[in-house]
Design a binder for this molecule. Structure first.
Ligand code: CTP
Length: 414
């Protein structure tokens, strides 16, 4: 029987975040971050240090978050001390901006104000977006604190390179709110996925992403429009949910996702070799890569010059179908997901492709649809399963799309 489920892009996405703001001029960007978080449906609870309140008024955060702002450890509105209540009420803590002083306190376990006390009592993920003068960031004392915190699982977003408020160029600027927002949303997606998969065993996931390049000569290649964003989102959310993730990526301009082992490849043939090495240990393979179907029969070692303006004919040969090969050698408990970007998607074509490739799941998206698929931040698609059922993932950002897709790979399907 054919069943079609609609997966709501916005259902059960409400999550709560404690946002710590410390005394760096980057605090003004935290106001923007609060606004964006609230707009994306996150319940934000701001905790400010005393120094932060000298740069931005608590009223600003109160208005943007629509929640009370905590500035004082000794203000106790309920029986439960505020830092404990906030730790219980929120899924994670992000400190943005995080000064050198705050990193030092957290590394040393000092809890002398509302934020540092919350940071020690929070049992969820703790993330920091440092902001300071480049000389301070480079100082061995700060770098040692960073190492200590990273070893304990604190996740760093930035700092970025650029001109800091003091006019110095170097590494120390707080990451842009967009970037921090993405890191928070990935973490929240991972937490929700972990909750949904509570009885799920720990898994090794291999993801392929991006385009491949098939070189004609050292300066020219055949490729496609894939940006890699879908595969990077799948890898990032899976890692945030606690899985061990390897990402095999064609050339893209995206930063490596946190907690993911990355392998860079260029051609279909390199992707195939890398996957052969990784597949044996994998429980799940998600092939989001837009692998080139053809490669030039001959690649010139030197640049091909324009000679006498003759018509140029290039001969191509097919590349191996990497997904079909992986499925042909798959173990009993391995699960393989394919992606198909189509310009004229039909149910019949999707079912034939799923069967031809012997994948367990095929995600089909219409690349002609505006605001979905190639290059964009959003996606929408229909998931075809082996039992003949389908599920539709409504238009949403690729982080949320990845979360919904991974949630469909239940223990029963393995
Ligand atoms: N794929 C692959 N190796 C190839 C081509 C595609 O592993 N040489 C994988 C892709 O990573 C994707 C799935 O197969 O997960 C479907 O890709 P798609 O391009 O839609 O399939 P093709 O078999 O190339 O069919 P088409 O003729 O529609 O391009």
């Amino acid at each position: 029987m054919n069943t079609q489920d609609q997966t709501d892009a916005h259902s059960s996405t409400t999550s709560a975040v404690a946002l710590g703001v410390t005394g760096s001029i980057g605090a003004y960007k935290a106001a923007d971050l609060t606004s964006r978080l609230t707009q994306s449906g996150v319940d934000v609870h701001v905790v400010m240090t005393e120094n932060a309140t000298k740069l931005v008024q608590p009223q600003t955060f109160l208005t943007l978050s629509r929640n009370p702002v905590t500035t004082d450890l000794w203000h106790i509105p309920e029986w439960n001390p505020e830092h404990i209540a906030l730790a219980e009420r929120t899924d994670m803590l992000m400190v943005a901006p995080a000064t050198a002083n705050f990193l030092g306190k957290l590394a040393a376990g000092i809890a002398d104000d509302a934020l540092s006390t919350l940071a020690l009592s929070h049992e969820g993920p703790v993330m920091v977006a440092p902001a300071m003068n480049p000389a301070m960031w480079a100082h061995p004392a700060v770098q040692e604190n960073v190492e200590t915190l990273q070893r304990r699982g604190v996740q760093f977003v930035g700092p970025a390179e650029g001109i800091t408020a003091c006019g110095t160029k170097g590494i120390g600027r707080m990451e842009e709110p967009d970037h921090i927002l993405k890191a928070i949303r990935t973490q929240l997606a991972g937490l929700r996925l972990r909750q949904a998969q509570q009885k799920h065993p720990f898994q090794r996931i291999v993801v392929t992403a991006g385009p491949t390049r098939e070189f004609l000569d050292p300066v020219r290649f055949l490729s496609n429009r894939s940006s890699g964003k879908m595969g990077y989102a799948v890898a990032a959310v899976a890692a945030a949910a606690g899985h061990e993730v390897t990402l095999i990526s064609g050339p893209v301009s995206l930063p490596p996702p946190a907690g993911v082992e990355c392998r860079d490849v260029q051609s279909a043939s390199e992707m195939r070799s890398a996957l052969k090495e990784e597949l044996g240990q994998a429980d799940i393979l998600v092939m989001t890569a837009a692998v080139s179907d053809y490669t030039p029969t001959h690649t010139s070692d030197t640049k091909v010059h324009r000679e006498n303006k003759h018509q140029l004919n290039i001969e191509f040969e097919p590349t191996p179908d990497i997904l079909a090969e992986a499925a042909a050698s798959k173990r009993d408990n391995q699960f393989i997901v394919g992606f198909a970007a189509e310009t004229e998607p039909t149910q019949q074509r999707a079912r034939e492709k799923l069967q031809q490739k012997n994948a367990d799941m095929l995600v089909v998206n219409d690349v002609n649809q505006p605001d979905a698929g190639f290059e964009g931040d959003n996606n929408e698609g229909t998931v075809y399963l082996k039992d003949g059922s389908t599920k539709h993932i409504q238009n949403c950002d690729k982080t949320r799309f990845a979360e919904q897709l991974l949630a469909m790979i239940s223990p029963q399907s393995l």
